[in-house]
Design a protein around this ligand. Structure first.
Ligand code: NAP
Length: 247
């Protein structure tokens, strides 16, 4: 089940955390996986080595997803090396939390540019190859903040809520072309992004999670593999939460 033999996947922010777990899981199911990242060459190199060990294929491309030209170059490189793109996981994301009163303009701007404009840039760039294949999977990583809201996260929640609405509309645009578009919402997952949480905040979160613990990246990756596979072909425009019951 969920075989991805012969498929080519791009995972943005695939060098670490949730993106890395998704990239490795897609490779385990037979996909040729390209990971994207923006700054940490060492982490990307390590993930690339792990990909190569799994199925002998891998690519890493440094590109800022908020930069339209960078993204066009990235997708052109993948098409040149691997012929096409079948699966896009829009995972790259940042947080810059602050109460709105104190929020720096740049923190609002960068979160929207990377999280939301990044999804626009990458989705648009892969459409031509996916339409050519008459088959595609776009999986957008969102967040419980988009659904529940959270103090200090107006920028992040707006970016993720925007991605959710984008998902619903694009799913309708592409349904007749064999391309599905879905959102995946991880709960609180153990990654670099959440390492910075204070102990008090960790305890507060765990108290809100019916399953009583944070998730791990591989638990999100299982759901991503299902959405990337042929078995999910009648599912489009939905949001699947992998959050221990949080939402
Ligand atoms: P992470 O460990 O901080 O990894 C983020 C990844 O994104 C890295 O590979 C990073 O590469 C890349 N990245 C950052 N800015 C980029 C840019 N401008 N262009 C291209 N790549 C960029 O994050 P994570 O916790 O795995 O989160 C992954 C996604 O899940 C995010 O969209 C996040 O909002 C979402 N999410 C996470 C949680 C959670 O609890 N962790 C919960 C809900 C949703 P470099 O380091 O090289 O820049």
């Amino acid at each position: 089940m969920y075989s991805l033999d012969g498929k080519v996947a791009l995972v943005t922010g695939g060098s670490k955390g949730i993106g890395k777990a998704i990239a490795l899981a897609l490779a385990h199911r037979g996909a040729k996986v390209c990971i994207n990242y923006s700054s940490d060459d060492k982490a990307a190199e390590n993930t690339l080595s792990e990909l190569m060990e799994i199925n002998g294929w891998g690519m890493k491309i440094k590109a800022d997803v908020s930069d339209t030209d960078d993204v066009k170059r990235m997708v052109a490189t993948i098409v040149k090396e691997a012929d096409t793109v079948h699966i896009l996981v829009n995972n790259a994301g940042i947080i810059r939390d602050s109460l709105l009163m104190l929020m720096k303009d740049d923190d609002w701007r960068r979160v929207i540019e990377i999280n939301l404009n990044g999804v626009y840039n990458c989705s648009k760039a892969v459409l031509r190859p996916m339409i050519g294949e008459k088959w595609g999977r776009i999986i957008n990583i969102v967040s419980p903040s988009a659904i529940m809201g959270r103090p200090g996260q107006t920028n992040y929640a707006a970016s993720k809520g925007g991605i959710y609405s984008f998902t619903k509309s694009l799913a309708k645009e592409l349904a007749r072309l064999g391309i599905t578009v879905n959102a995946l919402s991880p709960g609180v997952i153990e990654t670099e992004l959440t390492k910075v949480l204070e102990e008090k905040v960790r305890r507060e979160f765990i108290g809100m999670i019916p399953l009583g613990r944070f998730g791990n990246p591989s638990e999100v990756a299982h759901a991503a593999c299902f959405l990337a596979s042929g078995e999910s072909q009648y599912i489009t425009g939905v949001l699947i939460s992998v959050d221990g019951g949080l939402t």
